[in-house]
Ligand binder design. Structure first.
Ligand code: IDP
Ligand code: MG
Length: 156
């Protein structure tokens, strides 16, 4: 099982799209094991997007991410990191495929609704940045055996 860090960015919150986006992850069968709203500080945005420092869009990105509240989620499932990334779609709303979150809900290349960790290392780091230890739930889902084939012992 992997846990990935998802941020519903300020445009998703302001546009009232939180429910629709969260529903997609729930419908897919991924488990939501952490969720909160917060306003990202300049410092946290800088740490989270440290790899992009110096790029032409960096200042705008930090300004955008700190401009209004976000909704942060920890989402768990087998292969959750790659699954969530494919559900998000390509970075630019103008280019993202229909059927993806960015493809269906946005047209902008900077207001692109959602962040998702892009590797296990990033997920671990980002969950640590945005959540405290007790914030991530051990969710024992009653439906687990219908989401995954557990007949072999491991979720398939
Ligand atoms: P990702 O979010 O799909 O992983 P990254 O390349 O890691 O995309 O970029 C991080 C974020 O920076 C994007 O989600 C987007 O908000 C912003 N961004 C990336 N490239 C541009 C750009 O060319 N113009 C404006 N914003 C950008
Ligand atoms: Mg990225």
């Amino acid at each position: 099982m992997e846990t990935t860090l998802i941020i519903l960015k300020p445009d998703a919150v302001q546009r009232g799209l939180m429910g629709k986006i969260i529903t997609r992850f729930e419908d897919k069968g991924l488990a939501i094991v952490g969720m909160k709203m917060m306003t990202i500080s300049q410092e946290l945005a800088g740490t989270h997007y440290a790899d992009h420092k110096g790029k032409p869009f960096y200042d705008g990105l930090v300004g955008f991410m700190t401009s209004s509240p976000v909704c942060v989620l920890a989402i768990r499932g087998v292969g959750a990191i790659a699954i969530a990334r494919s559900m998000m779609g390509a970075t630019f709303g103008s280019k993202a495929d229909a059927g993806t979150i960015r493809g269906d809900f946005g047209v902008s290349n900077s207001f692109n609704l959602i962040h998702g960790s892009d590797s296990p290392e990033a997920a671990q780091k980002e969950i640590g940045l945005f959540f405290g230890e007790g914030d991530i739930q051990n969710l024992d889902r009653a439906i687990e055996g219908w989401v995954y084939d557990m007949s072999g012992g491991d979720p398939e």
